[in-house]
Design a protein around this ligand. Sequence first.
Ligand SMILES: NC(=O)c1ccc[n+]([C@@H]2O[C@H](COP(=O)([O-])OP(=O)(O)OC[C@H]3O[C@@H](n4cnc5c(N)ncnc54)[C@H](O)[C@@H]3O)[C@@H](O)[C@H]2O)c1
Length: 252
Amino acid sequence: MADFDGKVALVTGAGGAIGSATVRLLVERGASVALLDVAESSAPALAAELGERALFVATDVSDEAQVKAAVASAATHFGGPTLLVTVAAINRTGPVESLAVEDWDRMMAVNVRGVFLPIKHTVPHMKQSGGGAIVNMCSVSAFIGSPGGAPYHTTKGAVLSLSRSLAQELAPQGIRVNSICPGWVDTPFTDRYIESQPDPTGLRAYANGLHALGRMARPAEVAQAVCWLLSEDASFSTGSELFVDGGFMIKR
Ligand SMILES: NC(=O)c1ccc[n+]([C@@H]2O[C@H](COP(=O)([O-])OP(=O)(O)OC[C@H]3O[C@@H](n4cnc5c(N)ncnc54)[C@H](O)[C@@H]3O)[C@@H](O)[C@H]2O)c1
């Protein structure tokens, strides 16, 4: 018997590199998974590939009505979710004096409100089931800064604080809340950023060298850590940040 047999999970950003690796592992380990992502993502194709234990629900995580409806669909289809992984995020960079307010607000809406809303609407199901586990995709960016990266770092700092507060608030109900902090992960999200910079080849080599292990993470390595935190093996972990960073932080 797989450890997530009979469990219902909800994953946001499910069509992305880390989201899809997480969905695949959850399904492999027995869970039924609701894949929340925007319609033009890879999530519908992934859900179709995975079959009856995967349900795609087109959702903009920044929109409360859509998130509420998506959680309700998941609950109707599979039963109330007790596992939640918030992965959806966007990245817009630029010098502070030229950052558009619209870009700033969109980052906050997707990366912060888009973490709060799925938690808000999933927690009632967890309480009803007597407990649950939430993993928020944070980043080493919550602990450091970088020129031009202020909005992204700010949103990840917010996710960290949100996770720590909710871990305390929800502990009495048996709901654990943890964050995962990857360093650089080899994904299209990272590629898009690297390719937008003046020297992509040099930047890629520099990025690899930031990690003690000399490379970026693979999405599947992050997914393994997510599933550990969701599992009963992590029953005494809450309010923690798990670094899956190949030794990025120890080199700072
Ligand atoms: N790639 C990295 O190097 C890295 C490092 C540290 C942390 N992270 C974090 O990991 C997470 C995923 O990264 P990834 O590399 O898999 O990114 P990705 O771009 O491959 O995936 C992000 C997913 O989020 C979805 N999404 C975007 N806006 C959305 C919205 N409004 N509503 C619903 N879904 C939306 C996208 O469609 C996409 O499927 C993010 O939270 C990111 O901050 C990534």
